[in-house]
Design a protein around this ligand. Structure first.
Ligand code: ZN
Length: 141
């Protein structure tokens, strides 16, 4: 039991420097995405609404825009999104400095989830783990 507990390292909340909400839409839901965007800009001081991306980009499999927001806004903004999303699918992820974990293990969804395209992020993540492991092996010699 002691061994198990020692490997179960928890992460500190202070790792989270901010959050992104990615609001995914299609042709049918774009109008509602517009409406929410205007509301967010008017209501949530401190939230930064990004550009429209009318196509898949990076890990994001369909059209979306991003809202960056500080941790202080989470308790108000995320439930508001849940109550007002209608058909939109929304990814909420923390920004801890690890893009792959933030978009996979650390991700939260408001509404149904989408399969993100994580292949290139995963490759960079695995490459980094290999380099860290190699670095530790050299340091231990
Ligand atoms: Zn993001």
């Amino acid at each position: 039991m002691v061994e198990i507990l020692s490997v179960m390292k928890t992460q500190e909340i202070s790792m989270i420097k901010g959050y992104h909400a990615h609001l995914y839409y299609d042709g049918a839901s774009k109008h509602h995405a517009w409406k929410l965007r205007r509301e967010i800009e008017g209501r949530f001081v401190g939230a930064v609404v990004g550009r429209w991306h009318d196509k898949a980009m990076g890990p994001h499999p369909v059209s979306f825009y991003q809202v960056a927001f500080p941790p202080e806004l989470f308790a108000e903004f995320v439930p508001w999104l849940a109550l007002n999303r209608k058909d939109l699918k929304i990814l909420i992820h923390p920004n801890t400095g690890d893009g792959y974990l933030d978009h996979s293990a650390n991700a939260m969804w408001v509404g149904p989830s989408l399969d993100l395209n994580l292949d290139s992020m995963r490759k960079r993540y695995e490459e980094r783990l290999r380099k860290e492991a190699a670095g530790e092996a050299i340091a231990a010699e």
